[in-house]
Ligand binder design. Structure first.
Ligand code: MN
Length: 471
């Protein structure tokens, strides 16, 4: 993703003469350099030639569409740029657009202001002319307003850039499904064709035997090398197991990590699902292996839930794989004043959410009829976040969005052999949970303590996705 860039297109016109245009260009260059040097933008901004004619604008937008490295366009109306010039190019533009409503000077220079200054610095005038055309074209562009040197404004541009890159990457999301989805479960179903049309997601099925072949091909020395890496990163918790039996169990997961990664790389996949009902030829359900791959940025969801696996990958790209992962609503805390929801999964909780150094624990699974699998156990971090779930309503997809506040558990749970994340839902437990259920939100979600509600909504708008916001 680091190679992505954004094009900065500054609007003006020839009416004010070449001297004025030279000043516009100098201002634009100064702004571009300052934004790039701010340390706040995650991607580079590249200044383009001034937008002073319909032909120039149209050619620039065609280039944006064509070049894979360009993730989107930021426009700024330095002066008045007649908006009919923008119609053709804006209509052709297929990538995200941000209209930066700012002005080169922060304050009006009352002592010296004259009509030359007014003509050169008329962003307020130009913003409205340009904004009208974007609104009329139903462009769903982002508008960011404020002084360009302020960090809080630069942060808004940065957040949008992350969404824009995720939007572009959405068309490159490829999910490998090892087995079908879990029998009898409703929310993991969905229309794969529609998901590809609307979001760009490719979803392919593989028999578990295809993966078993890769597992059988993993060499002993590869497993031993990876096991050594585990020793560096995690506590080894032998529990009631003999050391040898424990290590043998963990090494099965190491072989799965290597095999799954190799399989995904060979096929160009960046997300995957497993299903504990479909493990023919596997000794264990992949647990530790899945968690390790989540930490490396692969999207994942359990029980064959490809929608959530793809959503996980999308939000991992958007969040730079920080504090973002697949989750499942498990158990309520209902004591008055302490209402919360315990989040976990049977094994596969994302270590990017960990607040402490994870322990590797081997424990029976109870379902799936396989050997005791190894998994990473940890407590989740605290922080404000957003949880999302994608549901197929038959006629259309719908995104559920709930703001949450995660907090670190204070009571030990010595018998719980899985990672745990705890959160309060907004606006309060009763109304938040009720709205989620009434709107058909699923139990498989992606949570992020890094992304904002606004970023999720910005993405939803870009792909014409209906959403319900609970906050
Ligand atoms: Mn589940």
């Amino acid at each position: 993703m680091e190679k992505k860039e954004f094009w900065f297109i500054v609007g003006s016109q020839h009416l004010y003469g070449e001297k004025a245009l030279a000043e516009v260009k100098a201002h634009a260059q100064e702004m571009t350099d300052a934004l790039n040097e701010s340390g706040i933008l995650p991607y580079r901004l590249i200044l383009q030639e001034l937008a002073v004619s319909a032909d120039k604008i149209t050619n620039l937008m065609k280039e944006v569409n064509y070049r894979d490295e360009v993730a989107g366009v930021i426009t700024w109306m330095h002066t008045f740029s007649p908006a009919k010039m923008w119609i053709r190019g804006t209509k052709l533009l297929q990538k995200p657009l941000l209209h930066l409503a700012t002005q080169f000077n922060e304050s009006i220079p009352w002592a010296s202001i004259d009509m030359d200054f007014m003509n050169l610095n008329q962003s307020a005038h130009g913003d409205r002319e340009y904004g009208f055309i974007n609104a009329r074209l139903k462009k769903k562009n982002k508008v960011v307003v404020g002084y360009w040197q302020r960090p809080e404004l630069q942060k808004q541009i940065a957040d949008w850039m992350d969404v824009a890159v995720a939007f572009n990457e959405s068309f490159n999301i490829k999910v490998a499904r090892f087995g079908d989805n879990m029998r009898n479960v409703g929310v993991t179903e969905g229309d794969k064709i529609e998901a590809q049309i609307q979001f760009g997601w490719t979803v392919d099925y593989f028999g578990i035997g295809d993966l078993v072949q890769y597992v059988n091909g993993v060499k002993e020395e590869e497993i031993d090398a990876l096991f050594t890496e585990y020793e560096e990163h995690y506590e080894f918790d032998y529990g009631s197991y003999e050391r040898e039996a424990w290590e043998a169990s963990v090494k099965v997961q190491a072989s799965y990590e290597i095999a799954i990664k190799r399989f995904l790389e060979d096929g160009g996949y960046n997300a995957f699902t497993t299903n504990f009902e479909d493990l023919y030829g596997m000794k264990q359900l992949p647990g530790l292996a899945v968690q390790r791959l989540m930490a490396q940025g692969y999207g994942f969801a359990g029980e064959g839930d490809w929608k959530t696996a793809a959503l996980d990958r999308l939000l991992k790209v958007m969040s730079h794989n920080e504090l973002t992962g697949f989750m499942e609503d498990y158990t309520y805390e209902l004591a008055a004043g302490q209402e919360a929801v315990l989040q976990s999964h049977m094994l596969e909780v994302d270590p990017t959410l960990a607040s402490n150094r994870p322990r590797i624990v081997v424990s029976p699974l109870g379902i799936g009829d396989r050997e005791d699998p190894a998994r990473l156990v940890f407590d989740g971090k605290a922080g404000d976040g957003v949880v999302v779930s994608m549901a197929d309503f038959g006629t259309h997809y719908k995104l559920l969005i709930n703001e949450v506040c995660a907090f670190e558990p204070t009571t030990p749970a010595p018998n719980l052999p899985v990672a745990r994340v705890l959160w309060e839902v907004k606006p309060n437990f009763q109304d938040g949970v009720k709205a989620w259920i009434e709107n058909g939100g699923g139990h498989h979600t992606v949570v992020s303590l890094k992304l904002t509600t606004d970023q999720i909504i910005t993405y939803a708008n870009l792909v014409d996705l209906e959403y319900v916001l609970i906050k």
